[in-house]
Design a protein. Structure first.
Length: 85
C-alpha cells in the first residue's frame, strides 16, 4: 500500500504526558493538545523530506482514520506535519 501525492500514511503514537510534578495527565488532558505524535508508515509518491520510520508531530485536527487489513492508520497531508524528529 502506498499513498499518492503529498499524503502520508501514519500510525498514531499514544503519548503519556507528565506534569512538572511528575503526575501523569489523563487522556482528556492529552486530547486538548494542539499536536499529535505519529510514526510514518509510508510517504506518498510526491513527498521528498519525510521518510518511512520518521516520527512526526502533526496538527490534531487533520487527517482521516482508515482500517486497512485490520490495522488502524491515519492519512494526513505533508503540509500538516509541523516537526520531524
Amino acid at each position: 500500500m502506498r499513498p499518492i501525492g503529498k499524503y502520508l500514511l501514519i500510525k498514531t503514537i499514544q503519548e503519556e504526558i507528565k506534569s512538572e510534578s511528575g503526575l501523569i495527565l489523563s487522556a482528556e488532558d492529552v486530547s486538548q493538545l494542539r499536536y499529535k505524535k505519529g510514526s510514518v508508515v509510508e510517504p506518498g509518491s510526491d513527498v521528498n523530506l519525510i521518510k518511512s520510520g520518521d516520527d512526526i508531530y502533526y496538527d490534531n485536527s487533520s487527517g482521516y482514520t482508515m482500517i486497512i487489513s485490520g490495522e488502524t492508520y491515519t492519512i494526513i497531508r505533508e503540509s500538516d506535519v509541523v516537526v520531524v524528529l
